[in-house]
Design a binder for this molecule. Structure first.
Ligand code: NAP
Length: 448
């Protein structure tokens, strides 16, 4: 019997657990998560209106319900009050860290921390009901918003700002966020890239969705697109970028139809400072850039201020070091060889990584499959060399002795039932519980 802990129950953790139990019938996996709820960014990152992507939870569920897989929520590994990595190693033959990239990249410009300026991840956490999210009235008193960055997260948050109550109400978003967004007066949403349209990171399907928003015009300035050398002839671009440029070209040729909201897609503007009005952010100062011919840009010295009472910095995620695990600060990842953790350049027996903490915050959910597959292959190839039998048969008593109250699958199912009841009481579908207290209370109602 090989007992493996997978830390993190997002897609990379679930795909890792799946690979392990499918390929070796002697493997038992505990999927440990600091939250009482499984699925990681599928539950707390995928936008609520992306129901098709969210339905992937059904696939991840079958993994966590496998007879040799067990979900243990509410157990933090590392950090203050968390289970030390060294202690976790004593409880399992091998540990796979699938902890993702838990924080946001910084811009490093003056004013970045002004009230009203948030990372997109904070905004996403709020409307996704993450129990650590803070509600600071993101859209209250805002009429104009700037989203910095042109990746898929930027598209998500721009779209959520533009959606009305009729579209948001059927989602599982928490009641407070729904009420705030329904009352929002944000009418101008500026999504701004520092490079050109042919270098934007969003994918075409996500980009096109902006054009399908019922109450929103998408505004694109053809002169700004034309600053991109690839704009005149996009035929040499990779398929996604070519299609992106084609979509943008169509929008640039379409006059606004006078809908109540506008998403302005802007390019070749790099943020240099967030400007205050009173004590809060009031505008973003950009510098016009120009292509340098090598895929980068240089500043032209021309400034443009865009008014914004809400700024969402959507410039990518970043991995966070876990006490007791090596960490490469330059890449925000754990050094590894084919998923095997490297300590001072040497493979550490029984320690593995998969997902964003292994390869950085890129790719779509499906990218985690081959990533997990590589790690699983490494672990199973090493399995005969791992000393068996020295770990407890069941880690739960040991976790309880350490002061944790693991939420097992029945606890999670009790949370699901509570969310269905809450939704029914509000005349909506399932509505997520937004705080630790209500999640813990619901989990405790599980039959023992
Ligand atoms: P991302 O794709 O890496 O995009 C980050 C954006 O921020 C880029 O436009 C980047 O511009 C810009 N940026 C970085 N540093 C900047 C700076 N200092 N100043 C101005 N702009 C800056 O990151 P993401 O949007 O957070 O997405 C993360 C991953 O999740 C991606 O793989 C994404 O596809 C995936 N995701 C997928 C979906 C979906 O499939 N629906 C939804 C959400 C997220 P440069 O290119 O110039 O660096």
């Amino acid at each position: 019997m090989l007992r493996v802990a997978v830390v993190g129950s997002g897609p990379s953790g679930c795909y890792t657990a799946q690979g392990l139990v499918q390929q070796d019938s002697s493997v038992f996996v505990d999927v440990i998560d600091r939250l009482p709820c499984p699925y990681g960014l599928v539950r707390y990152g995928v936008a609520p209106d992306h129901e098709k992507i969210k339905s992937l939870q059904g696939n991840l569920r079958t993994v966590l319900e496998h007879e040799r897989v067990r979900f243990l929520g509410g157990v933090r590994v590392g950090g203050p009050g968390g289970l030390p990595v060294g202690r976790l190693r004593e409880l399992y033959h091998a540990v796979v860290y699938c902890v993702g990239a838990a924080t946001d990249r910084r811009l490093g410009i003056p004013g970045e921390r002004l009230p009203g300026s948030w990372s997109a991840t904070e905004f996403v956490s709020w409307y996704s009901a993450h129990p650590d999210a803070v509600d600071d009235g993101f859209v209250r008193d805002a009429e104009s918003a700037v989203v910095i960055g042109v990746g898929n997260v930027a598209v998500d948050v721009a779209r959520m700002l533009a959606r009305g109550p009729a579209e948001l109400s059927p989602t599982d978003m928490p009641e407070a966020a729904l009420a705030a967004l329904a009352a929002s007066r944000v009418a101008e949403i500026h999504m701004v890239g520092r490079r050109g349209p042919s270098q934007a990171r969003f994918t075409t399907k996500e980009l096109r969705e902006l054009g399908a928003l019922p109450d929103t015009d998408v505004v694109v300035d053809p002169d700004e697109l034309a600053l991109d050398p690839a704009y005149a002839d996009p035929s040499g671009l990779p398929a996604v970028q070519r299609r992106n440029v084609e979509v943008l070209r169509q929008w640039a040729a379409t006059p606004a139809s006078g809908r109540p909201r506008r998403i302005h897609l802007r390019f070749f503007l790099r943020p240099v400072e967030l400007l205050a009005v009173g004590s809060r952010v009031g505008a973003v100062r950009f510098e016009r850039t120009a292509p340098d011919g090598r895929g980068g840009v240089y500043g032209t010295g021309h400034r443009e201020d865009v008014a914004a009472q809400l700024v969402l910095r959507s410039v990518g995620y970043r991995g966070v070091p876990l006490d007791g695990l090596p960490f490469d600060a330059a890449t925000g990842t754990v050094p590894h060889r084919q998923g095997r953790v490297l300590r001072d350049g040497t493979v550490a027996a029984g320690e593995y990584v998969a997902g964003w903490i292994k390869r950085g915050p890129t790719g779509v959910i499906g990218t985690n499959r081959p990533c997990a597959k590589e790690t699983v292959a490494s672990l199973l190839a090493d399995a005969s060399g791992l000393p068996r039998g020295r770990v407890p048969e069941d880690s739960v008593p040991a976790l309880r002795a350490e002061g944790f109250e693991p939420v097992e699958w029945t606890g999670w199912q009790a949370i699901e039932r509570a969310e269905a009841r809450l939704g029914a009481s509000l005349g909506r579908g399932v509505v997520k519980l937004p705080d630790w207290e209500s999640l813990r209370t619901a989990a405790r109602t599980a039959a023992p």
